[in-house]
Design a binder for this molecule. Structure first.
Ligand SMILES: [Zn+2]
Length: 233
């Protein structure tokens, strides 16, 4: 839903959707555009209908008509949030929270109403027909970049110690259904799932390791000094 006349990055401060029928979703979002040459800063509401044009029987129209009313209410709510945001009021980011997953045939086409917890930043637009066990709620956290290599090739920058909070609500493992942290040590090598207590213990371990690295830094500094003829400090 990018306005083609404006190229700058915008910030989506609120969005929502109403599912009219399978493959027919009404979506709207409030976007905050920064000022740029030729354009003042602005807030707009962008709405679209995704999916195919559907032919409804009269009965189906009567059944789905309230959904259009729901979308009208959503538009008004988003417009009010846009006005409040433009006028400088702090607006809590509101992302879509509840949506419907229609499971594939192997799962009996069952419809599951899925509600994202507030931590989830996953874009679930491609998840509407996934197998429920393949559904992830997720937020990527911070990482650091380090040049690494596992071959004789020159090192290349890679993300290390990235953190992700995940929740797999339909996993067979009950622990996976509870939000948990995992640390990507490097290039697809992940820690086990960590509870808040386990993640706190990992952070403490890492902090302790940083102190040991500081001590070890002096060993390197002395080694280099000695190499250059300065002798051990
Ligand atoms: Zn989610």
């Amino acid at each position: 839903m990018t306005a083609t006349s404006q190229q700058a990055e915008f910030t989506t401060i609120a969005k929502g959707e109403v599912i009219i029928a399978r493959d027919c979703v009404l979506e709207a979002e409030v976007n905050d555009w920064p000022a740029q040459p030729g354009f003042p800063a602005s807030v707009d509401v962008c709405a679209c209908v995704s999916g195919t044009i559907l032919q409804f029987s009269p009965e189906q129209v009567i059944a789905v008509a309230p959904k259009f009313t729901e979308f009208t209410a959503l538009l008004v709510e988003l417009a009010n949030q846009g006005i409040a945001h433009r006028d400088g009021d702090p607006v809590k980011v509101k992302l879509p929270r509840t949506w419907t997953l229609t499971a594939p045939a192997s799962y009996g086409h069952v419809k599951i109403t899925e509600t994202c917890l507030s931590f989830c930043r996953a874009d679930h637009t491609s998840d509407r027909n996934v197998h429920p066990m393949d559904l992830w709620h997720q937020q990527y956290g911070p990482s650091m970049t380090l040049a690494v290599t596992d071959t004789a090739e020159p090192p290349e920058p890679d993300k290390v110690l990235a953190v992700s909070i995940d929740q797999r609500p339909h996993d067979l493992d009950p622990a996976a259904r509870v939000p948990h942290a995992r640390v990507e040590v490097s290039g697809g090598v992940w820690s086990e799932a960590m509870t808040p207590d386990a993640f706190a213990a990992f952070i403490d371990q890492l902090a302790g390791h940083v102190e040991k690295l500081r001590e070890f830094h002096t060993v390197l500094a002395q080694a280099v000094a000695e190499h250059h003829g300065g002798g051990a400090a």
